[in-house]
Design a protein around this ligand. Structure first.
Ligand SMILES: Cc1cc2nc3c(=O)[nH]c(=O)nc-3n(C[C@H](O)[C@H](O)[C@H](O)COP(=O)(O)O)c2cc1C
Length: 330
């Protein structure tokens, strides 16, 4: 990389902490010069058997681009994104967009430290007190043409969580879905530190042997006498839920998924700054039966993400690929 392209190293150093489904980190960046870089999506880091529409991984690309936009603004520059279309998913490195640093910009509403500090919180113990979230959540969602709802009703939450647990049991027992997610499990600390991606048992709030056992014997999730036990175990790991956030809006095409990603990152950073953690429940959207039930329970269609939100202790930090692994040689 030429020395003036080193700005991209500084940008990626922060933006790589963006969240992605299963911590897949499906992005690579090739600096062209000090102002331009090519962004790629990595085909083998997609989740074709779980994210069957591909939109959750497109959403992750939107999240990464938004993280870059924030970091760039905090260095006084603007970002222009020229998307490559159509996406050629037959290649391992899928040309996704060209990024250009342009003009001058005010610092972003979020500091780099928000990107570095944000985490998914799957800790079971949530405090009951919540700051007023309705206004900030609404404001960010509306900026992107989405609508956010916060459900606090314990009966509705119990039914949503039960629907989620059923979907998780069903999906993990499915050969294609379960087979794919298992390749992203990182059981021990050493395994997670070596891979620097994927679902770290420590962050999942599950002992490594429990994760290993359920992934090794998925039949336990299906058998009539073990399924209720596994479901109870999963539900106990999730723990107390006192607020469920749901967001609806356009999602299931490329442009919409990327914009939704930008919104999701800003919303997540905002919650983080309010001391509130978030734990998405993807199966409630990707599992057709669960989504139908969710639509009934919430009385509204078009929900593309559901998450519990609440105050917890600081959760463990998941790993990331190193900056030099995200950057491709010019
Ligand atoms: C679009 C999207 C969907 C996600 N869905 C889930 C989910 O269904 N369940 C879950 O436990 N975590 C989910 N996550 C959280 C990721 O697993 C998490 O961001 C990733 O492992 C990195 O960890 P971190 O957020 O703590 O940095 C999702 C994240 C994103 C961006």
């Amino acid at each position: 990389m030429s020395s003036d392209a080193s700005i991209w190293r500084e940008i990626v150093d922060v933006a790589r902490w963006a969240p992605s489904p299963h911590n897949t980190q499906p992005w690579k960046l090739r600096p062209i010069d000090g102002e331009r870089a090519e962004l790629f999506m990595v085909s083998s880091r997609r989740l074709p058997d779980e994210d069957t529409t591909g939109c959750f991984l497109l959403c992750a690309m939107g999240i990464f681009i938004e993280a870059i936009r924030i970091v760039v603004a905090n260095r006084g520059r603007g970002l222009v994104v020229s998307r490559k279309e159509p996406l050629d998913i037959s290649q391992e490195l899928i040309p996704f967009a060209e990024l250009a640093l342009v003009g001058a910009s005010e610092p972003d509403e979020f500091a780099d430290s928000a990107i570095l500090g944000r985490r998914t919180s799957r800790l079971a113990r949530q405090s009951d007190s919540l700051p007023d979230l309705k206004r900030p959540i609404d404001e960010i969602a509306r900026r992107y043409g989405h609508r956010a709802e916060l459900t606090r009703d314990p009966d509705a939450i119990a039914q949503i969580m039960d629907t989620n647990a059923n979907a998780v049991m069903h999906d993990l027992a499915d050969a294609a879905y379960g087979g794919e997610i298992r390749t992203w499990y990182r059981f021990t600390r050493a395994h997670a530190a070596r891979a620097r991606d994927g679902l770290d048992a420590r962050c999942m709030n599950v002992p490594w042997y429990e994760l290993w056992f359920s992934s090794r014997f998925p039949i336990l999730l299906r058998m009539p006498w073990t399924r209720p036990l596994m479901k109870r175990l999963y539900r106990r790991r999730v723990g107390h839920v006192n607020a469920v956030l749901s967001i609806r809006g356009s999602f299931f095409e490329r442009d919409a998924a990327e914009r939704a990603g930008a919104m999701l990152l800003r919303l997540w950073l905002n919650l983080h700054e309010l001391g509130v953690g978030m734990h998405p429940f993807g199966n409630l959207v990707t599992n057709v039966t669960a989504h139908r039930r969710l639509t009934e329970l919430l009385g509204t269609d078009g929900v593309w993400i559901v998450a519990r939100v609440g105050r917890t202790e600081v959760p463990p930090r998941s790993h990331r690929l190193e900056t030099k692994e995200v950057l491709l040689a010019s």
